[in-house]
Ligand binder design. Structure first.
Ligand SMILES: C[S@@+](CC[C@H](N)C(=O)[O-])C[C@H]1O[C@@H](n2cnc3c(N)ncnc32)[C@H](O)[C@@H]1O
Length: 411
């Protein structure tokens, strides 16, 4: 997690020192004895800012929640939340999960929570994933048979890879879902989960239970992790083609901010390139811009997401439900994503949505005369050139033409 350095970290930690365990090794084997009012021990690895920690502690007063986090700048917020809620059954450790065995005794933990763990996408870093076999064997040591890992993530490749590791390490899997909140929000959400869910992302979840067959550290050397890059959990390191890598999601204010934080102005968007001034992000202006655009009638706005990054903004505007016609506009966030096929792939996704979900019969588009890149992209997406004037070239595509193209691609 990229984390800003917090001002006044030391005094803020000091102000909630009662929640920090400075010498956790001293409690090894004695955790529940130190909390006589609680009867089970939950450990959360990588608690971040602690929304889940605090809400779980509130919901389960009979459990002790020990939250482990190696970035104190995040953890201080979690500690402040626990203090402000007046909780007595939660404690924090500024600690690396790799060393858990030095602070918990065998079978001492009843349940482990892994929420939105860092994916470490490169193959050579796979061993740092909190669901890597080395970690799973450590957890198997610290949980009794029947003890559980509760794992949630938004990251599909990490989830698929973790399922494979858990299976080959002999964990019993249950409650496996690729869309936890399909029927509405369920369970206690983490900070990341709340944000991703609001953005329309799907959340994966599973429960892994230790069985007598689960491998522990006694099982010998952990398997070597080969070809474990997460772009493709099955081992290929080839980047995914743009049309597979992109998703289109409805515009939200957090996505709009994420987009404008990365936005760079491009001369090709101006008829007079002299008028292209550098863009400077201003949160308040983005708020106002978003509110104004969302209030527009007959307009639907989307972001094209690459992984979780909004790399393009798309709009279907002047939606005419009688003529079944609308116009498509697109703006990629900066030059980094141009000339790689992302614009065309995003336009195709928007066309699919316009024809298949909005029931349009015709979609129109235009591009500045000088913007040959955009003109090429529209044509690759399937648009036909119709006409031009002294400013723009104009394009159109009908549902029939679009479906014929889709058919060609799939046959
Ligand atoms: C992506 S954040 C998720 C935070 C929180 N669980 C949530 O869902 O909102 C992952 C967190 O795990 C922490 N983390 C990653 N590896 C860790 C490790 N080996 N030991 C302790 N914390 C770790 C990171 O510092 C980061 O705060």
């Amino acid at each position: 997690m990229r984390m800003r350095k917090r001002h006044n970290l030391a005094p803020r930690m000091e102000a909630c020192a009662a929640y920090l365990i400075e010498d956790p090794a001293a409690l090894r084997g004695e955790w529940l004895a130190a909390f006589p009012e609680q009867n089970r021990l939950y450990v959360e690895l990588g608690c971040g800012k602690g929304r889940f920690t605090v809400e779980t502690a509130k919901a389960e007063p009979d459990a002790v929640i020990v939250a482990v986090e190696k970035v104190p700048d995040a953890m201080v917020l979690a500690m402040e939340r626990a203090r402000d809620a007046g909780l007595t059954n939660v404690r924090f450790l500024d600690f690396d999960a790799a060393n858990l065995a030095s602070i918990f005794a065998p079978e001492e933990i009843d349940r482990l929570f892994l929420n939105f763990s860092d994916p470490w996408p490169k193959s050579r870093d796979a061993k740092f994933r909190l669901t890597a076999p080395g970690f799973l064997r450590l957890y198997a040591e610290l949980l009794p048979v029947g003890g559980q890992i509760w794992f949630k993530t938004d990251n599909g490749p990490l989830f698929a890879w973790s399922l494979e590791q858990l299976e080959s390490e002999g964990w019993a899997l249950s409650e496996v879902t690729d869309d936890l909140h399909k029927n509405g929000p369920t369970g206690v959400m983490t900070d990341y989960e709340a944000k991703f869910t609001a953005e329309g992302l799907k959340i994966h979840r599973l429960v892994a239970t230790r069985t007598p067959e689960t491998k522990t550290t006694a099982a010998g050397p952990v398997p070597r992790l080969r070809n474990a890059a997460l772009g493709d959990a099955r081992g290929s390191k080839k980047p995914r083609p743009p049309e597979d890598a992109l998703r289109l999601v409805p515009a939200t204010l957090p996505l709009c901010h994420a987009y404008f934080r990365q936005f760079q102005q491009s001369p090709e968007l101006f008829e007079d390139p002299e008028r292209c001034l550098p863009y400077v992000y201003d949160a308040r202006k983005v708020d106002a811009w978003f509110a104004q655009r969302q209030a527009r009638q007959n307009e639907r706005r989307f972001y094209a997401l690459l992984e979780e990054e909004p790399i393009g903004e798309l709009v279907l505007k002047k939606i005419d439900p009688v003529q079944r016609r609308c116009e498509l506009g697109i703006c990629l966030v900066n030059d980094h994503y141009k000339n790689h096929g992302y614009g065309t792939a995003a336009e195709r996704l928007a066309l699919r949505l316009a024809f298949e979900e909005l029931g349009m019969e015709t979609v129109l588009a235009d591009a500045l005369l000088a913007n040959t890149r955009s003109q090429r992209s529209l044509q690759k997406a399937g648009f036909r050139f119709v006409s031009e004037d002294e400013h723009f070239k104009y394009y159109r595509i009908t549902r029939e033409e679009f479906l014929a193209r889709v058919g060609e691609k799939t046959t």
